[in-house]
Write a protein of this length. Sequence first.
Length: 319
Amino acid sequence: MSVKTVNTTQRHYGLLFHAGEQELLEPGHVACQGCGATLAMRLALKALGPRTAVVVPACCWTVIDGPFPQHALRVPLFHTAFETAAIAATGIRAALSIRGEEDVTVMAWAGDGGTYDIGLQALSGAAERNEDVLYVVYDNEAYMNTGIQRSGATPVGAWTTTTPDGARRHVLKKDIVGILAAHRVPYVATVSPAFPEDFVRKFKKARDIRGFRFIQVLSPCPPGWKFPSEKTVSLARLAVETLVFPLVEMEDGRRVTVNYRPARPRPVEDYLQAQGRFRNLPEALREEIRRQILERFEDLLEAHRKTHGTDENIPTTLR
Ligand SMILES: Cc1ncc(C[n+]2csc(CCOP(=O)(O)OP(=O)(O)O)c2C)c(N)n1
Ligand code: SF4
Ligand SMILES: [Mg+2]
């Protein structure tokens, strides 16, 4: 397979680090403008390299890759049924092992609906058996491909077509990284496309670990979250700076590392106001969201202290 070489440092103004030379996502994909899940795939493949096989269940990425025979990735992509990403990846890994191709990273790449909800059983089974695959959830917090329905990942207060005013969620979305860490798998992490160095570092680390690895990518979706498509990266950054989406690693289900603690977190209100899906929230619900987010971050700090003996080693800057 020939691989196109692009000098990322030179071509991508503002990107001050070298993400990797190989461009494994072609420009001919059919995602919406500003799709966070597409930027995420681009960075993930830069980190993983050409010896990667991707497994995609029903989701936006089924479409983004292009209608057959078109295909936007320069690595193989296997389309599978909605609930089967983890088990299909497991089967492909087994088949590659029979052929002696141990160096290929098999990556399941699924949406939040396919992960938090319909694919959870297969995911839990693969994690429990410690299958040698990397499972990535690109989390856009709803069933976007079928028109913005609420999933187990939809946050408190968010509008979707199935959670109109008066029917919005009041409790925190499922703690998917906590659920996976409870399986005691070797590696669980969260990443944001607004922090590309951290993103690429974690994908490379996951690539080089054997056993089950799980990464959650927060993937802003302009039509689903209702924000202008040029704001994807700044919104992804805001999610981290407001503590809405903490960047963490959990190893063997016990060792927790918080990768970034903003010196001065931005108000959660800035994140809510930037998106139409949080319009018209009553003040009491806004207050509840603020409380839940701070509480969750405090729990993570506690776990970090338990692992490292201190929280003073958490970086206050990150790229
Ligand atoms: C068993 C089954 N039920 C429903 C569908 C229809 N369907 C296709 S994609 C999709 C939404 C997927 O949501 P998510 O996993 O969050 O990915 P996103 O579309 O947000 O990228 C649904 C409901 C299907 N393909 N198969
Ligand atoms: S609907 Fe959202 S996740 Fe799907 S392609 Fe468009 S921007 Fe990406
Ligand atoms: Mg989704």
